[in-house]
Design a protein around this ligand. Structure first.
Ligand SMILES: *Cc1c(COP(=O)(O)O)cnc(C)c1O
Length: 355
């Protein structure tokens, strides 16, 4: 099933735009939405015709399974506008693939490419004025799926709703990020849902994250649940460690989400001749490297912030401060990646897709 044109999608345009009410210079991340949303329901074993319509709340039954059993997954991606007013997506095929892996793990139906990708292109095109030009301006795209079938019986739903909503965003600077290494709590476990972008993985983090914040740390570095000796992710980002001149990141697993930013940074680093190794770093190795001065950088990688440098980490009551260095690998990679996304540098990987 391919949708070659939007005749396969019903479109009901908003009567008026909210765009003039928005202060694009002072957006707080994830709080402003565009004029339209895409909705596509699954029932009787089939996806129905998608509709793009004005952004608005909707009603579902209080017994809908999403509220009781947590069948909810999502994606996070961005659209960028170049100097010629063309709008671009970054590796949307990767998000579709991951979305459907998440769906399978949560016993939800896969969303066809014709709905996910063509829906995405159509809605972003309709709301393209919301994508502002200039480095740092983006349109954050949030595709998600929830179980809307009713009944408080613990079974997978037979009805689902797939939606896409869009939120204009400015690149965000998270301030100085200090992290604490997890010794008790876990984000994910072998055999669990850590590799799925499932809503429940986020709620599972909120309490440990709150405890960390009370101690003065913005993020938790998650370790493996069985031994708490291997470094895995930084909050809801993948994580890289630079020891001497090599950057390390853990291989993806059932506990580690396969981030598009992570894999793009690995390929970029290789192209740029930066030494990169996909290998688990042990907490003991990190502490050792911090002590002997070979630990140079730690940074998170994810769509929202692209690269988020970390200034220091706490482990077992000791805080280790990272050296302040110029021209970090984190910032070099961030600049290279963003320039590809905004079409300011040649996309040698064919990652960008025009809308
Ligand atoms: C979304 C997410 C990431 C980052 O993935 P990107 O595709 O780079 O945005 C990393 N870790 C977790 C747990 C996530 O949910």
């Amino acid at each position: 099933m391919t949708l070659n044109n939007s005749s396969e999608i019903d479109i009901v345009k908003a009567n008026a735009t909210k765009i003039n009410e928005v202060d694009f210079e002072n957006l707080s991340f994830g709080n402003t939405f565009t004029d339209h949303m895409l909705v596509c329901d699954y029932k009787e074993g089939k996806w129905q015709k998608p509709i793009i319509k004005p952004y608005e709340p909707f009603l579902i039954d209080p017994s809908a399974k999403v509220f009781h059993y947590g069948q909810a997954i999502f994606e996070g991606m961005k659209a960028y506008k170049d100097e010629n007013d063309d709008v671009w997506l970054f590796r949307p095929d990767q998000n579709l693939e991951r979305f459907n892996k998440s769906a399978t793990r949560m016993a939800m139906p896969e969303v066809p490419e014709a709905i996910f990708i063509d829906g995405l292109k159509t809605i972003v095109d309709i709301d393209r004025d919301w994508v502002k030009k200039g480095l740092g301006n983006t349109l954050y795209i949030r595709p998600f799926m929830i179980a809307i079938g009713s009944g408080v019986i613990a079974q997978p739903s037979t009805q689902y709703r797939f939606m896409i909503i869009l939120s204009p965003a400015r690149s965000y600077y998270s301030g100085e990020v200090k992290v604490i290494i997890a010794e008790h709590y876990s984000r994910a476990a072998n055999g669990g849902i850590g590799a799925a972008k499932a809503a429940g993985n986020y709620s599972a983090q909120f309490y440990p994250q709150k405890l960390a914040q009370e101690q003065g740390f913005q993020q938790i570095i998650w370790t493996d649940d069985a031994t708490h000796t291997k470094l895995e992710e930084a909050g809801t980002m993948n994580v890289f460690f630079r020891i001497k001149d090599t950057i390390y990141t853990a291989p993806t697993s059932e506990r580690i989400l396969d981030g598009v930013t992570r894999k793009s940074l690995i390929e970029l680093a290789k192209r740029e001749g930066i030494k990169v190794e996909v290998k688990s770093v042990l907490v003991a190795e990190l502490v050792e490297a911090a002590k002997d001065g070979t630990l140079k950088e730690i940074f998170g990688a994810g769509t929202a912030a692209v690269v988020s440098p970390i200034v220091g980490f706490q482990y077992k009551e000791t805080y280790y401060e990272l050296p302040k260095i110029e021209n970090t690998i984190a910032l070099q990679l961030k600049e290279k990646l963003t320039k590809i996304q905004y079409k300011m540098a040649e996309d040698t990987f064919n990652w960008t897709v025009k809308i």
